[in-house]
Design a protein around this ligand. Structure first.
Ligand code: WT7
Length: 656
């Protein structure tokens, strides 16, 4: 666990209460907590009523809890029916907001597009019509492997409209990673683009789909290709289809039907501590309720007034919940950006904020720290006065970055919402509420109204709020509407991963450490398992280890996450070569880094690889990652008494 100090720096306020002006018009008020405490399920029913239901629910929640044979699969808004895409698009057009901009799309090489809700509806209907013509039916799975182009959002919404379950695969993932996800979900269709812009250059993407599908035995019948870059692409007649020849020519009228509240909306893969990535399953009614609710209150979003920008990629859950579903359900006008923060230069984000008058900006601590490194003069040369709420997500935000963010981006007045949640939780679970909470730099503070979280010890005893400030485990002790409904195809793994640790109590174990401060506010400290957090991306040590061992020169590998000033954690690998590998040269280290990058994704590329003669192991053969982390972070070694050979570190240090 990485500790975060609550001690404010000299002359710095420890808390940042809301301004009276902000509080006066804030969506949230103190009474939201009282209301939820008084009647939790009634509270959620009220939140669900913000959506359009084609059939009302008969009961709010059906939860097996920790009954002897519990599968831990909740049903929210039982028997209710709704169409998620109708809620995100058509509804707003029917209510007279067809001309409101839904998406200001800012493309990388200077392209931009404005898409109104009426246009978005037309495009989603066209895609829904064509996907139906292709024979896709409710329950089928569709893989979406696309950069940040509007068609990616259209594709997701078209799936939602038809009851198809999408599985978005981050376009930075390798063909092997795509294939693994396509196979696990048995996807019938892959939607992709010819290429993606990266720093002014077109990088192929469709080629990766071909590579992924080159080995037979997959479930894919068609590959739909959006033309983005105009680069040449290999083509398989009969299987491959251009979007502009098919979807763009379909009728833009489509009437939709409601689906059960528990109909699977999407699968999203995320790394666990062991084995292959887990397909996290999210359903419709509860998920949309909580994403819309949190987007409304946590960001204080005012439809038709605010311009909202979440800088995530749709390949991650943040993009699903806070670019697509939550904001669109709330009739947001939002910026969707295709490129990177420093192309063509380091002014990019501030130019975009100025251009569109962004008022709510949601990003990750790693990016805030990067901006700090680039210098506050860069944002200072822009008019950022439109900003009124700032958000943070992905990892604990260190107080220094928090203060910098507020001062230099938020004109020393915008509230910062530090939002804790996970792919599994589907939506924000903990956060200050702007206009209500006196926020503390670095603290997610408290569970949102309607959510229940606790910090407990190994046995499940709750720490006293405002008591000892000891580190414990974060648990969610009541079901919540956007909670995952399982791991795709693997109910056993679902139970073991999330519910076994506190099976006696029936609590969800989040995998994070946390503590209460002296006021009883919550601080999330980060993962307590072998999951690393690199720039807000979740990567398991075992995934990187198996990629390294997959290289023909590597005999064994151990990977740890070492703290990193910018990325939160950096990946440090210790590798033993096969005797046939020859000399350990720098070129081999680079080759191994490139290998991991190709095998998984550039985000999993180790920061350092040390070629060592041995790895520290216990008598039972377990690698002592804790000690390797000490080495990687340049600390005194902890307790080495359980090692078979404590001298192993002399050799490791010599090699480092
Ligand atoms: C893990 C979940 C949630 C969307 C992006 C990441 C860490 C996330 C915070 C925060 C402290 C945070 C946790 C969590 N995390 N937000 N505000 N404060 N830690 O989703 O890939 O599923 O990762 O990210 O460790 O378990 P994810």
């Amino acid at each position: 666990m990485t500790g975060t100090s609550t001690e404010p720096a000299d002359n710095m306020p420890a808390t940042y209460p809301p301004s009276a002006d902000f509080a006066a018009t804030a969506n949230a008020g103190e009474e939201l907590y009282e209301q939820a405490n008084a009647d939790r399920l009634g509270f959620w029913a009220e939140q669900a009523s913000r959506l359009h239901w084609s059939k009302p629910w008969s009961s709010v929640l059906d939860w097996p809890g920790n009954a002897p044979d519990s599968d831990y699969v909740a049903k929210w808004f039982v028997d209710g029916e709704l169409n998620v895409a109708y809620n995100c698009v058509d509804r707003h057009v029917e209510e007279g907001h067809g001309d409101q901009i839904a998406i200001y799309w800012e493309g990388e090489p200077g392209d931009s597009r404005e898409i109104t809700y009426a246009q978005l509806r037309a495009e989603v209907c066209q895609a829904a019509n064509y996907l139906t013509e292709l024979g896709l039916r409710s329950g089928d799975r569709v893989a979406i492997y696309m950069p940040m182009v509007p068609e990616a959002i259209v594709a997701m919404l078209a799936c939602a409209r038809l009851g198809l379950t999408h599985s978005v695969v981050f376009a930075g993932f390798s063909p092997a990673a795509l294939r693994q996800r396509v196979d696990d979900a048995n996807a019938k269709l892959v939607i992709t683009t010819d290429g993606q812009w990266r720093r002014g250059k077109a990088a192929p993407l469709k080629d990766g789909v071909d590579e992924a599908l080159s080995q037979p035995g997959h479930s894919v019948e068609h590959v739909m290709v959006v033309r983005r870059c105009g680069n040449d692409v290999p083509w398989t007649d009969g299987r491959d289809l251009w979007w502009h020849d098919t979807v763009a020519k379909a009728s833009d009228e489509h009437s939709c039907t409601g689906f059960d509240a528990e109909h699977p909306l999407f699968i999203l893969y995320t790394s666990g501590t062991t084995g292959k990535p887990k397909g996290i399953v999210h359903t419709s009614g509860g998920y949309l309720t909580q994403t819309a609710y949190t987007h409304h209150y946590v960001f204080d979003h005012k439809p038709g007034v605010d311009v909202y920008w979440c800088t995530a990629d749709i390949g991650w859950v943040t993009g699903h919940s806070y670019i697509v579903y939550g904001p669109l359900a709330n009739r947001a006008t939002q910026v969707v950006y295709e490129g990177t923060p420093n192309f063509p230069d380091e002014h990019r984000h501030w130019n975009i904020i100025e251009k569109y008058k962004v008022s709510i900006y949601y990003t990750a601590p790693t990016l805030v720290r990067t901006f700090m490194k680039w210098g506050h003069q860069i944002p200072a040369s822009h008019d950022l006065s439109s900003i009124r709420v700032l958000g943070s997500v992905g990892e604990p935000i260190n107080p220094e970055a928090w203060r910098w963010y507020r001062k230099h981006i938020g004109a020393d007045s915008a509230p910062i919402v530090d939002t804790w949640w996970q792919t599994e939780t589907g939506a924000i679970m903990m956060s200050p509420l702007p206009g209500v909470t006196a926020a503390k730099p670095g603290a997610a503070m408290a569970a949102l109204p309607g959510i229940s979280a606790k910090i407990v010890d190994e046995e499940g005893n709750e720490f006293e709020r405002g008591g000892t400030e000891a580190n414990g485990y974060l648990v969610l002790d009541e079901p919540w509407p956007a909670m995952l409904r399982g791991i795709w195809g693997n109910p056993q793994r679902y139970k073991e991963t999330y519910w076994d640790k506190y099976s006696a109590q029936g609590w969800y174990f989040a995998g994070d450490g946390a503590r209460y401060d002296e006021d009883g506010d919550m601080w999330v400290l980060g993962r307590v398992d072998d999951v690393m957090n690199v720039s807000g991306h979740r990567i398991s040590t075992s995934e990187v280890e198996s990629a390294l061992v997959g290289h023909h020169k590597v005999a064994e590998a151990a990977v740890v996450g070492a703290s990193d000033e910018t990325t939160g954690q950096g990946i440090v690998a210790f590798v033993i070569l096969k005797s046939s590998a020859g000399e350990a040269a720098d070129s081999l280290v680079n080759e191994l880094k490139a290998h991991v990058s190709r095998d998984i994704s550039p985000i999993a590329k180790p920061r350092e690889i040390h070629i060592v003669p041995e790895l520290p192991k216990t008598r039972s053969g377990k690698i002592m990652r804790r000690l390797l982390r000490d080495v990687a972070e340049g600390r005194e070694l902890g307790d080495t008494s359980t090692l078979v050979d404590p001298k192993v570190f002399e050799a490791i240090s010599a090699a480092k």
